[in-house]
Every structure is written in C-alpha cells, then in structure tokens.
Design a protein around this ligand. Structure first.
Ligand SMILES: Nc1nc2c(ncn2[C@@H]2O[C@H](COP(=O)(O)OP(=O)(O)OP(=O)(O)O)[C@@H](O)[C@H]2O)c(=O)[nH]1
Ligand SMILES: [Mg+2]
Length: 344
C-alpha cells in the first residue's frame, strides 16, 4: 500500500494585547479607564475538500502561521479578531501530533477528516488580553494595567491520507450503487434513473452490531474505456485504489445471465487495465435490483450468472432490503481477512 503523508508545523496567532488608556475630554480632568481588549489570534484549521486527492502539495510548505489578534485601543475599542488560516486536505486525512521520541505514525491522534467541509482546529488562536477598563473596581479607579494576549500554539503535525474507505461500491452506471449507500448509511447521495448521476465519490458510514463501522464509498459508474479517460475517466479508478475491498454491483435488469456477465466483465477489465493491484483487490459480486425478478426467475438467473463468471454471487435488493444484512456481514468478514493478510 502506498503511503501519502506530509509533516507540517502550524502556529496559531497570539491574542492582541489589551490597552491602557484614560478618557480625555474637555472639562473632565480625570476621565475613567477606557482601554479595550485585544482581539483573538487566528486559529489554524484543517478543512476537508473532496476535490483533493493527495497530501503531496502540502509537503512543499512546511510551516503555516495564522495572524495575531489586534491590540485593543482607547475609547473602549476592542482589537480585531484575526482570520483563521484554513489548510485544505483530502477526505480520509488522519491527523496526528508529532511527539519527540515517538515514531510519527504513533503520535497522538487529533482527528480524522471524512466529510466534505469538515473542519478540525489544530492550533487554537490565543485569547485577546483585557484592557485596563476590565481592571477597574471600587478601590481601583485608575488601573494602569492591561493583559498581554494569550500566546498562540505551535504544533508539528503528521498528516496521513488513509484508505478512502473500507469498501468501495463499483459497477456500471445505474447499477444501484448510490441507492445501496443511502440504504446502509446516513449519506444522501443523489439517486436517479439515468447514468452518471454520481459525479464524485460519496462517503458514508454503515454501523453494524458490535459497534462495527464500515466506511463505504459510492464510486461513480465505470464504463468501457474508463482507464483511458472515457466516461468520468481515470480519477475514479484512483479512488477505488484507496479502498480495502470492493463490492461489484451488476443489475439483473438486463434480463439474462450472459448480459450480466458482459456488464461484469466490462467493469472488471477496466480495473485490470488500470492497475494490477486493482485487478487483484478482494471483491464481492452482487446481483442488484433482484426485486424486479419474479421469485421463480431469481435463483436460476443468479446461479447462471455465477457460473458464467466463475465466482459466487450474492443477491440484493436495496429497495426491499433483501440480502442487505448478509452482504454487510460478508463484507465485514472479507475485510477482516484482508486486513489480517496485509499485516502478515
Ligand atoms: N427496483 C429497484 N431499483 C433500484 C434498486 N437500486 C437502485 N434502483 C434504481 O436504479 C436507478 C439507479 O440507481 P442509482 O443508485 O442512482 O445508481 P448508480 O449506480 O449510483 O448510478 P450512477 O451514479 O449513475 O453510476 C434509480 O432509479 C434507483 O431508484 C433496487 O434494488 N431495486
Ligand atoms: Mg450513483
């Protein structure tokens, strides 16, 4: 498995200093204190962006520093808050703090960015210091003190782009991939009765009993020539590369085992032509939309299809839920095997 990683240092801004100031007006010889508070320093945040696919752009810049908060002013003016510094990262980025003396991959886990737009504050901006106004009390009418702003934080981070998902759902356009994802997770992908509805991979999390979690990616439909850029092209093949196992959906709607086998081979040969590891990835073959078949057709068609491709096939209807639980359990089992093998 390739490792996509970057090490960066982030520093948030200091809070601005509070102000010492006294009101000065004509005819009021000794005005009260009116020093405003300093503004908060900028935080450094990581923001997940689904359009990014690698961390390698980050490795070019080693240091990210947010601005300091503004100083407070006289006349009770608070200093301005500094803007946060956002660093965009791809979905699936794991964030660890680098601790001296410990290998980067074993550092403290700060978080994981899975969903588009998700933000993780990795260095919090310092609070602004209080101005002298805040130090006034019944016994102290003219305080000459104000606070410094709180200093920003500095951290060294190890970012790792983990496998995008445990399980990738693949298949021809319209096979029912997004419907399956929507059925097993809280994700709400667009679903429609035309090809290429899905343009970007959608991620969802399926929760099984025993707190088993499966991160699932619904991948845009693949067609013949995808590895040469046809359809939505090669980018999605790259996403597939970052899943542990695959579930290949073949719709029974085409009506015959031969046509299903053809559809299956179209997708499989695209994967194999793209890269050898993709061709070898463990997968589960699923006959989808079986609710459109009469019960007596079902068994015959599925066993003929299974025979034609020389692999076991699981029946599924994402609409009625038939076969759903069996599929998830089989996926969990295959995933465990795959992980055990990878560790060996
Ligand atoms: N009867 C039936 N229809 C289904 C089932 N699953 C999906 N569909 C329908 O099939 C059509 C395509 O479903 P999608 O989930 O959008 O298919 P997709 O594979 O994500 O398609 P692309 O994103 O275009 O690749 C929609 O009209 C769905 O309602 C199923 O189990 N049974
Ligand atoms: Mg779709």
């Amino acid at each position: 498995m390739f490792l996509d990683e970057a090490i960066i240092t982030v520093r948030s801004g200091d809070g601005g200093r509070g102000c010492v100031s006294f009101r000065r007006e004509k005819y009021i010889p000794r005005g009260g204190p009116d020093g405003g508070d300093g503004g908060r320093g900028g935080s450094v945040c990581l923001v997940a962006n689904r359009d990014l696919t690698t961390l390698s752009d980050l490795s070019r810049q080693a240091r990210y520093t947010a601005d300091h908060g503004e100083k407070g002013g006289g006349n009770n003016r608070s200093g301005g808050t500094a803007r946060d510094l956002d660093i965009e990262v791809p979905l699936g980025t794991l964030v660890r703090e680098v601790v001296p003396g410990i290998p980067a991959l074993e550092g403290r886990l700060l978080g994981e960015l899975l969903e588009h737009g998700q933000r993780l504050v990795v260095a919090r901006g310092g609070r602004g210091g209080k101005g002298n106004k805040a130090f006034t009390s019944s016994t102290r009418q003219a305080p000459r003190e104000a606070e410094d702003g709180e200093p920003g934080e500095e951290r060294k981070l190890h970012l790792e782009l983990k496998l995008l998902a445990d399980l990738g759902i693949i298949g021809l356009p319209n096979a029912g991939k997004s419907t399956l994802l929507a059925r097993v997770s809280a994700a709400t992908p667009k679903i429609a009765d035309y090809p290429f509805t899905t343009l970007k991979p959608n991620l969802g999390i399926a929760e099984l009993d025993d707190f088993e979690r499966l991160v699932i990616a619904d991948i845009p439909g693949l067609i013949e020539g995808a590895h040469e850029g046809a359809g939505l092209g090669i980018e999605f093949l790259r996403h597939i590369e970052r899943t542990s196992i695959l579930v290949h959906l073949v719709s029974v709607e085409v009506g015959s085992a031969e046509r299903m086998a053809n559809d299956y081979k179209t997708v499989e040969s695209e994967l194999a032509s793209y890269s050898e590891p993709l061709g070898r990835k463990q997968r589960i073959v699923v006959a989808s939309k079986i609710d459109v078949l009469a019960p007596e057709e079902k068994t015959a068609l599925i066993s003929a299809f299974s025979e034609a491709i020389g692999a076991p096939v699981m029946p599924l209807s994402a609409v009625t839920g038939e076969g759903l639980r069996d599929l998830l359990l089989a996926a969990v089992q295959l995933l465990r095997q795959t992980k055990a093998q990878a560790e060996r």
